[in-house]
Structure formats: structure tokens, C-alpha cells
Design a binder for this molecule. Sequence first.
Ligand code: GDP
Ligand code: ADP
Length: 207
Amino acid sequence: MHLFGFSRREMSGPRPVVLSGPSGAGKSTLLKRLMKEYEGVFGFSVSHTTRNPRPGEEDGKDYHFVTRENMQEGIDKGEFIENAEFSGNMYGTSKSSIEDVQAQNLICILDVDIQGVQNIKKTDLNPIYISIQPPSMEILEKRLRERQTETEDSLQKRLEAARIDMELSKEPGVFDIVIINDDLEGAYEKLKSVLVEEIQKVQDAKK
Ligand SMILES: Nc1nc2c(ncn2[C@@H]2O[C@H](COP(=O)(O)OP(=O)(O)O)[C@@H](O)[C@H]2O)c(=O)[nH]1
Ligand SMILES: Nc1ncnc2c1ncn2[C@@H]1O[C@H](COP(=O)(O)OP(=O)(O)O)[C@@H](O)[C@H]1O
């Protein structure tokens, strides 16, 4: 097969998906469900972070848990496509985390904050941008408290970041779609409906 006429992007397989939205909006819940229902279709881009692992989180699966020094070294070497400071910790997407998924011809899912969205827009990744939003600040706070993963300090930082996220996400053109995660079933169905074409392409390619 000759490759003339194909852009680099087309050759690298299905379009990636960026999931963003406030901490506590339901991104991980939705994406874990999606990856379970469509096994062998999606691959998660495992980010690096300097925050401590939560109970049940696995190094290399949920995140690459690293020190600040280690992470900064990688950034300086140009190993990251984007990185940001969030709630007092560093987070970033390494080039290899995306390449690992794309090498398997899977839809690469990234879970990044709004700074990540803004910085990915400057790259040639060309993902589908999806924002998951809570029904209200009050419900967001309630869900974050009930999750019992945060200290009061980190909870407050997340709520502050959520206010900024909710404002910026209203700007037209930032996201391809904004999904309000009120009822979980409804939000999940909506997410699937946005991705149905890409899912189909990956499933067809396997036949
Ligand atoms: N820019 C950027 N943000 C990230 C990355 N990985 C995770 N995040 C974001 O960092 C924020 C905090 O994530 P986390 O500590 O796992 O808390 P949670 O979202 O409340 O479960 C969330 O908004 C994530 O979307 C990354 O690689 N880059
Ligand atoms: N639609 C929903 N209704 C009620 N609780 C939800 C809903 N979606 C998510 N949750 C809960 O809210 C908390 C935050 O969700 P999570 O997926 O951890 O958010 P994020 O990954 O965006 O930080 C979790 O405890 C989760 O079980």
C-alpha cells in the first residue's frame, strides 16, 4: 500500500478523545464505564502526576506517580505534549502515553483539566473535545465530599478551579460537546452517542 495522499493524522488511526471538566464532575466514572463496555476499543492515556495515589489507584494504570524533580526533568527533555499545575500538584501527558495507545490502533482517551485542553489545542493531536459538567456547584461539592478523597484544603482548591472551568467551558468553540452529568445513565448515553462513529470505525477495522 502506498502512503501518498494520506495525512500523518489519518495514518495514525482513530481520533483521540479529550474528556475535561471540573474535578468531581464524573469524568473517571464515565470513562471507566466506557472502557469496560468497549474493551479493545479505547486506551487510556496514563498521565504523570506528583500527587499521592489514592487507595485503590495503581501506578502505571491510573497515573504514573512521580516526584516533582522527576517530572520536571521529563518536561525539560521535551517528553510531554502538555503539563499543568492543578490544586498544588503537577500533571502532564507524555508523548509516549499517547503513542502507546495509538500504536494499538485504539481510541486514545485523555482526562485533562482546562489548561490541558488549551495546550492540546496548540498541538496537532486533533481530538474530539468533550466537557463533563456537574448540574451545579452545590452538587459538585456534595459529590466531591462524598467521594472522601480530598482534604479540606484540596477540596477548596478544586472548587475554585471548578468555578474557572465552568466559566471557560461556556465559551463557544472550546468544546465539541458539553455533557451535564445529572443523571449518570443519561450522561453515559450522551457520551456514547458522541463517540458512536469513532467506535464503529475501530470495530470495523478489527473485522
Ligand atoms: N493538564 C492536565 N490535567 C490532568 C492530567 N491528568 C489529570 N489531569 C486533571 O487534573 C485534575 C485533577 O485530577 P485528579 O487529581 O485525578 O482528581 P479528580 O479529577 O478529582 O479525580 C483533573 O481535572 C484532571 O482532569 C494531565 O495529564 N494534564
Ligand atoms: N451522575 C452522578 N450522580 C451521582 N454521583 C455521581 C454521578 N457521577 C459521578 N458521581 C460520583 O461523584 C464523584 C466524582 O466522580 P468522579 O468520576 O470521581 O469525577 P472526576 O473524575 O471528574 O473527578 C464520585 O464519587 C462518583 O461516584
